[in-house]
Design a protein around this ligand. Structure first.
Ligand SMILES: *Cc1c(COP(=O)(O)O)cnc(C)c1O
Length: 393
């Protein structure tokens, strides 16, 4: 099976991990500190707070911004459930802003219209879907006008930039969140991070990831009792990344540019190879560099003779690991139980009916890609039952 995505782990990555395993620190220690500094440098931001997943990063980002019961958070329906769940974990309400039918990101026009009609949310969580940067400058203007905070879910988008500004620099937002799950751009096995330029937010997130406890004597509110003494100031969690994972992350981060560069080459190659097929290819943003986490195509129903499900099943049977990103979050049973229903966000629903993700990862060879395209054209053009696909191989 050619998967839709997979990690690339080299001997150097493995050696870095083994070094840490032989040393003093296994859980959060100096390697996490170094990883955070390097990550912050990489995306040109003041602070990076590493945690054990992007889900955890989204949770403490919401908590640090004061999201709680009685508040509302808006995100996009075309995302992984974690982008919405973080608000629910804080006891807040969730609502969605429908997508732009060309970029598949949250629609800025829909956002502006919704802000005209309804009270602004406490926090907005746009998602850089597939690695294509959201127009954060436009969102920042609306945030200023209507008074809400912004967390960028950049789980897909480390290494991406727009107008030369790296995603994660937080030039137009309060906090940005990254994921280091193996299927994403760089990996720490499980892992994530939150970046910010605001020192107080960074400190709040550092406290929250480790039980709400501080060992910083300058911050003690009671008299310190000795070298062992620490204080808990807020209700926190154990969301720490380990030094073992951070070692992998540091080693991987050195290849960030190469990872994205290889993805770009393959995406360009898909564009050419797929040009004759009845598919809608990803639209490019001339102002942005995508990190190409996902290469998503849509079936053109006026030209294709198969539906998405048939196509998916045929490709899977042929060993091509296509995927679908995403089943709209508001249609998940958990969110339907909160009152959302089909028809609420029609663009995300229509997009979902036609979309599928083709395999794309740095170690993918051109031969792998040619095979994907050959199977895809065969699956698209043959009518069910008329031709035995095996005879065509
Ligand atoms: C993968 C992903 C997450 C969650 O990342 P984890 O590190 O697995 O917790 C959140 N949001 C989006 C958009 C994602 O793709």
């Amino acid at each position: 099976m050619i998967p839709y995505g997979r990690q690339e782990v080299t001997d150097d990555d493995i050696a870095s991990v083994i070094d840490v395993l032989r040393g003093e620190w296994l859980t959060q220690g100096p390697t996490v500190d170094a990883f955070e500094r390097e990550l912050a440098g990489c995306v040109n931001v003041n602070h990076a707070v590493a945690v054990n997943s992007a889900t955890s990063a989204l949770h403490i980002a919401c908590l640090a911004l004061g999201v709680g019961p009685g508040d509302t958070v808006w995100t996009t329906p075309n995302t992984f459930v974690a982008s919405a769940n973080c608000a629910r974990l804080c006891g807040a309400k969730v609502d969605f802003v429908d997508i732009d039918p060309l970029t598949y990101n949250m629609s800025i026009e829909k956002l502006a219209a919704k802000l005209e009609r309804e009270p602004a949310p406490k926090v907005l969580i746009p998602v850089h879907f597939s690695g294509r940067p959201v127009e954060q400058d436009a969102i920042a203007e609306l945030a200023e006008r209507y008074g809400f905070r912004v967390i960028e879910d950049a789980s897909h988008a480390i290494g991406a930039s727009r107008d030369g500004e790296p995603v994660g620099s937080c030039r137009w937002s309060d906090i940005t969140v990254f994921s280091f799950h193996p299927v994403k751009i760089v990996t720490t096995a499980e892992g994530g991070a939150a970046t910010t330029n605001d020192g107080a937010l960074a400190r709040a997130m550092r406290d929250l990831r480790s039980h709400g406890v501080t060992k910083d004597a300058d911050r003690f509110v009671q008299a310190e009792e000795g070298g062992w003494y620490y204080e808990q100031h807020v209700l926190g969690l154990n969301y720490r990344l380990t030094d073992v994972q951070a070692a992998l992350g540091r080693s991987q981060l050195q290849r960030l540019n190469a990872f994205v560069g290889r993805r770009e080459v393959l995406a360009d190659r898909y564009d050419t190879l797929l040009a004759q097929l009845p598919l809608e290819r990803p639209r490019r943003d001339p102002r942005a560099r995508s990190s190409w986490h996902l290469y998503v195509v849509r079936i053109d129903p006026t030209r294709a003779t198969v539906d998405r499900r048939t196509l998916y099943d045929r490709l899977r049977a042929a060993g091509i690991g296509v995927q679908v990103h995403y089943y709209p979050v508001h249609l998940q049973p958990y969110y339907r139980a909160l009152g959302f229903k089909r028809g609420d966000f029609p663009r995300a629903e229509a997009y979902y009916e036609q979309a599928f993700t083709l395999p794309l990862y740095p170690a993918m060879t051109e031969a792998d890609q040619d095979r994907v395209v050959a199977e895809l054209s065969r699956a698209l053009w043959t009518c069910p039952g008329t031709i035995d696909a095996a005879t065509l191989l």
